[in-house]
Structure formats: structure tokens, C-alpha cells
Ligand binder design. Structure first.
Ligand code: PEP
Ligand code: MN
Length: 264
């Protein structure tokens, strides 16, 4: 995988010497699950462990996350493996709790980016901290909403910002769960050229067999990192089972992506 200059600067802040790979389960399920996945990831390219603990499900009746309890599991995973940690925050209470538990990176989910009042509240709650925040695109293909969220965080003086491209919902059925609409993140980058751009192939694909090709496209487009849902037993995952890959598959994938890139 190749680094762009801006990623190099950004990663220097984390002390990393390779592109940012964020991996881990869609949802934290149990402490044992979080720790086992973290241990399987720690010797791969993944430097940051992701796990959702507050899960804003589109429709009720699905698993909505273990809640604040999961913050301790992430802390324990960090202590045991040295990986950085990240989780989704969707309101200011989540922000307070995540700050107290020393979560390294916070991400704003697609269902939150659509809501300017909530984005503003979260940005205000983070003002004066040096937290890294990654902003997912809004669910719908609306560049202005995504730009607006970036502007709200910059205006709150949050400098350590990045964006995550997770695809856009459409009413049409396509091979993707969420259409990539590759032009939209390019348009965003044209307005904010220094903003690191990370691909979330998992929520674009909705299925594990096209994760690799999505990652390859992103690297060909000079994306700065990848966030990949990873579970030791994907089919048994409590959320997004079809799109998760194992830590072993992730490890092989990042090696293959590097080889392909070098052979260009
Ligand atoms: C997730 O990362 O598990 C998630 C819920 O993502 P999104 O906000 O992109 O749907
Ligand atoms: Mn998910």
C-alpha cells in the first residue's frame, strides 16, 4: 500500500509507519469476543481496533449494542495488545463516556452525519480536546451534509479530522449494500485536500466477497486508509454478519494489496 503525503503527516502523529488500517467487529458482543479479535489483529497491519457499542439500527428489534460496558472491554483490549481504539459516538453522553475511558479515535456514523444539530452538539462537546474524529458520509448522497459536518468540527477547533467513505443508500437494488458513488468523496477532497480519506468497504459491500476489490479501487484512488469489519466467526456476528471477514483474511488481503500495488 502506498502513502500519500498528507497521510504520512497524519500517521506521523500516531507514530505509524504504514497506512492506517482500522479493523474489528461491527459490534462489541462480549469481553471475550473483543479481546480474542484484538489478539488476532495485533500482529496484522491493523493499528486501530474498532467495535461499535452504541449501534443506531435503521429499524428497531435488532441488537442495539452493549452500551457503555463495552468501553471497558476496549480499554482492556488496548492494555493487552497496544492497539489504539475507536468507537462510534452518536450523542454528547457517548462523547463524555468515551473521553472518560480514553478511546483514541471517535467516529461519527452515517445516521448521525445527517443531523446538523447533533453534529454541532458533538463538535461542541469535543471543543478543547485533541481527539481524532472520523466523519462518515451521510446515509444519502448529499455532499453538502458531509461538508457541513466537516465544517462544524473544524469550527469547533477539532484539527485531527478524517472522513470515512461508507457508501450511499439508494432505493434501487445494486450489487452493493450502499452505492460507492466514488465521485462524492473526490468532490469532498477537492474542497478539503488535506483531509485523510478512509474507505469502509464493509458497509459499501454488505457482503464479504467484494471487500478486496473495493479496497483495491480505494488504494488506486490514493485513499489514506481502510476500516474493515472483522470477526473471528463472521457468520455468527450479532450485526452485519454477511460483510465481516476474519482477521486472517484481513491479514492476507493487506499483504496482497501491497504486492499488487508494488507490481503496478
Ligand atoms: C458501523 O460502522 O458499524 C456502522 C453502523 O456504520 P454506518 O454508520 O456507516 O452505517
Ligand atoms: Mn456494521
Amino acid at each position: 500500500m502506498q502513502n500519500s503525503k498528507k497521510l504520512r503527516n497524519w500517521l506521523d502523529a500516531f507514530g505509524l509507519d504504514h497506512p492506517l488500517v482500522i479493523a474489528g467487529p461491527c459490534s462489541a458482543e462480549t469481553q471475550e469476543q473483543v479481546l480474542a479479535i484484538a489478539h488476532q489483529l495485533k500482529d496484522t497491519d491493523a493499528s486501530v481496533l474498532r467495535a461499535g457499542i452504541w449501534k443506531p439500527r435503521t429499524r428497531p428489534g435488532n441488537f442495539e449494542g452493549v452500551g457503555a460496558l463495552g468501553l471497558k472491554w476496549l480499554q482492556e483490549a488496548k492494555d493487552q495488545t497496544g492497539m489504539m481504539t475507536t468507537t462510534e459516538v452518536a450523542n454528547t453522553n457517548h462523547v463524555d463516556l468515551a473521553l472518560k475511558h480514553d478511546i483514541d479515535i471517535l467516529w461519527i456514523g452515517a445516521r448521525t452525519t445527517v443531523s446538523p444539530f447533533v453534529v454541532q452538539e458533538i463538535a461542541d462537546a469535543l471543543q478543547g480536546t485533541d481527539k481524532t474524529v472520523l466523519i462518515k458520509n451521510p446515509v444519502n448522497p448529499d455532499l453538502a451534509l458531509w461538508l457541513g459536518a466537516v465544517e462544524r468540527f473544524y469550527s469547533a477547533n477539532i484539527q485531527n479530522l478524517g472522513v470515512i467513505h461508507r457508501g450511499f443508500s439508494t432505493y434501487e437494488k445494486t450489487k452493493y449494500r450502499n452505492n460507492p458513488e466514488w465521485q462524492i468523496p473526490i468532490d469532498l477532497q477537492n474542497q478539503f485536500p488535506d483531509l485523510p480519506l478512509i474507505l469502509d468497504p464493509s458497509h459499501i459491500a454488505g457482503r464479504r466477497d467484494i471487500i478486496f476489490e473495493l479496497c483495491q479501487t480505494a488504494l488506486d484512488l490514493n485513499y489514506d486508509g481502510l476500516m474493515v469489519e472483522t470477526h473471528f466467526d463472521p457468520d455468527s456476528a450479532w450485526s452485519d454478519a454477511k460483510q465481516q471477514i476474519t482477521p486472517q483474511t484481513l491479514d492476507k488481503m493487506t499483504v496482497d494489496l501491497r504486492i499488487r500495488k508494488k507490481g503496478d
